[in-house]
Write a protein that binds this ligand. Sequence first.
Ligand SMILES: Cc1cc2nc3c(=O)[nH]c(=O)nc-3n(C[C@H](O)[C@H](O)[C@H](O)COP(=O)(O)OP(=O)(O)OC[C@H]3O[C@@H](n4cnc5c(N)ncnc54)[C@H](O)[C@@H]3O)c2cc1C
Length: 390
Amino acid sequence: MDFSLNDEQKMMIATVRRFIAEELKPLEDEIENQGFLAPEKAQAIHDKSKELGLYALNISEELGGGGLSNLDRILCEEQFGHTTDILIRRAFGNIYEPLLVCQGEQVNRWLKPTVAGERTCAIAITESGAGSDAAGIKTHAKKTQINGKDGWVLNGSKHFISDGEWSDFFLVSAKTGEKEISMFMVDKGLPGFVVGKDQKMMGIRGTPHLELFFDNVALEPIALLGGEGQGFKLAMGALNVVRLAQVGARAVGKASHVLELMVDYAKERQQFGQKIGDFQLVQQMLADSAIEINAARWMVYHAAWMLDQGFDAREQIAMVKVHAAETLGRVVDRAVQIFGGMGFCKELPIERYYRDARIYRIFDGTSEIHRTVIARSVMKKGAVLFDVNR
Ligand SMILES: Cc1cc2nc3c(=O)[nH]c(=O)nc-3n(C[C@H](O)[C@H](O)[C@H](O)COP(=O)(O)OP(=O)(O)OC[C@H]3O[C@@H](n4cnc5c(N)ncnc54)[C@H](O)[C@@H]3O)c2cc1C
């Protein structure tokens, strides 16, 4: 096994790291204080990131993206974790993998403009009555005739849709039969499509989370993504990669960033005439954080490697989701403790990291749901689950 990174990978990490430190970190306080990212600043970071070839890294070069392998993408996503959600979205793009199923005219209308950063997309699965049970949605689409052609009419609602305000179109899951779920690309501005309120959250300020309402929205046949009844499979399959990248790798990056701050503070802050980092109880918090982050990082890299080798990594990614999200939670909690009152005080970003981290255990499948998946697999397959060579 070769665990080393090659020179190209090291250079790529250094470029992303520098871009985040120089262009994105300075915007964080402003977003936190005013609650949004100014559109002209969003445009500026988007343009600079494109210039450096950092936009749409997860998409193939033929489509205009960065063409990175899963492992290389993960290395970048880990660095993305050093900054906030809205800055990552605006600077590096948020091109959801289900879009790659686009065919024919769909490619020019939705996929390519999104990869080019001319259009922005959000994913809309959750409803007020259907969260963990994503198959329990009520939103439905019925076949109809539009201008003499087959089309669809969409009714229902969604909530908690990240980035909804910035998005030009949405990947919407809808029932197209008793049990059958399909996926549609729904453009903002269509008659009957109403964007509701921004649902204020305890963290990740600056990212809007919207309600969406569909009242007899007429959709052309071309709006159907990946065939009738394919929506659920499509979303769940694609979200697996999203989970590894946007939750697993970013959580590892965030936790590492916070640990760096904890170490600096422990070396500098003095009490009882000595550095707090000399106290063994403080050292224990640093050591436990380092151990857990290290384990989470290798789990993330391993799952990415499995995907690149063509292995089914669903179970590994479920484990990554739980472990990385919970590691981040424990690390930010220890950070508040090590910083003492300053950890709780808004003069430093530690309290923000603490709030921002909490969602990692909830979105993209809660810890409980992923534990259920893992338990089911381990009961069926035993310890062989962990061994890709058997
Ligand atoms: C900030 C934020 C951003 C989001 N972004 C998006 C987005 O862009 N697009 C989108 O579609 N959705 C989005 N979501 C929705 C998110 O994915 C859901 O909140 C999540 O899946 C949980 O669903 P729920 O909130 O309805 O909780 P519920 O499903 O109601 O769960 C409540 C509790 O019950 C537990 N529970 C439920 N079922 C089981 C079970 N079978 N076994 C054990 N425990 C169980 C859960 O683990 C949880 O603890 C976002 C949510 C938030 C808060």
